[in-house]
Design a protein around this ligand. Structure first.
Ligand SMILES: [Zn+2]
Length: 172
């Protein structure tokens, strides 16, 4: 199926029916993140409850299928395919934000360290950074980047602590 030949409404419906997923959009050169944001979170679902910070440039949220408690992603509002495409100003700002959030996650979750990675490979993707905590009971090293994912469990207190520290007021 050539997704590019479908009408916009047909494509949205196929995503709603889960007949077209993230990888299909990526392969068709359609950014899943921008598609999701432009279409009322039809692909990933509403994540307002997981957002710990947002401004006109960035969105920072707890990952829905984390590799560690406190696994956070920061994505840009503007579309960039990967880090190699990002303009210098956004690049500087996102790393300063990442540093702040890494310290906050470390403190809030009692992690021993927080790792940072960004990949965004494939024909189409949306630039984001991943911040993955490493706890004292875990070995140091790159295996922490590929720890098995598990189901997200909401911790309202920790979310509140981080939102307050970042001066973020959640949407009502
Ligand atoms: Zn995008």
């Amino acid at each position: 199926m050539d997704l590019k030949k479908l009408s916009h409404d047909e494509l949205v419906q196929l995503v709603k029916d889960k007949k077209v997923g993230m990888a299909d959009l990526t392969d068709a050169g359609i950014c899943p993140t921008c598609f999701d944001r432009a279409n009322n979170n039809v692909l990933f679902g509403n994540n307002d409850d997981k957002i710990i910070y947002e401004d006109d440039k960035f969105e920072c949220y707890l990952v829905g299928n984390p590799r560690a408690e406190g696994h956070v992603a920061i994505s840009t509002k503007k579309h960039f395919k990967d880090m190699m495409e990002v303009d210098d100003e956004i690049c500087e700002t996102i790393f300063l934000l990442a540093k702040k959030v890494m310290n906050l996650v470390k403190e809030t979750y009692g992690a021993e360290s927080v790792y940072l990675c960004t990949m965004c490979d494939g024909p189409m993707n949306h630039f984001h950074l991943q911040l993955i905590p490493r706890y004292s009971f875990e070995k140091r090293g790159s295996n922490n980047f590929v720890k098995p994912r598990f189901e997200y469990k909401e911790d309202k207190e920790k979310i509140k602590t981080m939102r307050n520290a970042l001066n973020y007021k959640p949407k009502e």
